[in-house]
Design a protein around this ligand. Sequence first.
Ligand SMILES: CC(C)(COP(=O)(O)OP(=O)(O)OC[C@H]1O[C@@H](n2cnc3c(N)ncnc32)[C@H](O)[C@@H]1OP(=O)(O)O)[C@@H](O)C(=O)NCCC(=O)NCCS
Length: 173
Amino acid sequence: MQRPRFLIKLMLRVKTDTTIHEVKVGQVADLRKLFRQAVVEDFSYFPKTYQWRVLADNNLARLAIGVIKPNRVLLGAWRDDRLIGYAIAGTNRNGCGKLYWLYVAPDSRGQGVGGQLLDRLIAIMKQRGMQRLSLVTHNFDPYYAKRGFKLDKSQQLYGVPMRVMSYQWPKKK
Ligand SMILES: CC(C)(COP(=O)(O)OP(=O)(O)OC[C@H]1O[C@@H](n2cnc3c(N)ncnc32)[C@H](O)[C@@H]1OP(=O)(O)O)[C@@H](O)C(=O)NCCC(=O)NCCS
């Protein structure tokens, strides 16, 4: 008997024994490996010069500093001791958090891992007193819109059309 699609989707989501927590210094090498894979495989719409810059800006040392810096949030998603996704974000003094990178390994997508990373990040940003969380995306605007982000503006980055979006916590009545 064939299982309905929604049931298969639900089973996949329940299967996700995923742990989300802040990356520790000893886990930075795994983060760098996955970061590299993301840039090469999933951000290939950016010109090579920009990809190289992104890789240099997020080398092992810089990521390790990011783990220690109080204005950075580096979240990882682990399953069976394997890093399968991450969110890299920052806070600043004007109350605006920034999500720089959100990534889930191709074989772990569609199982709610990205959503869990985003939910955790939003909770941390709120805890840290941020009034908004903004991001820039090329083609995942419907993904973020579904999760409460609103389009602020469109712009070009290295000739690539990008959308700037932000999330604001609902005001208490
Ligand atoms: C974006 C990303 C992190 C999402 O991670 P994920 O674990 O697959 O996300 P979730 O399982 O929480 O959510 C999957 C949902 O996104 C939807 N989705 C997948 N690709 C999408 C797209 N391009 N646009 C809109 N929605 C998309 C799926 O249909 C699914 O919908 P559902 O919640 O109704 O079932 C992952 O796809 C990824 O790493 N992509 C490549 C890197 C990238 O482009 N990141 C975005 C940078 S701004």
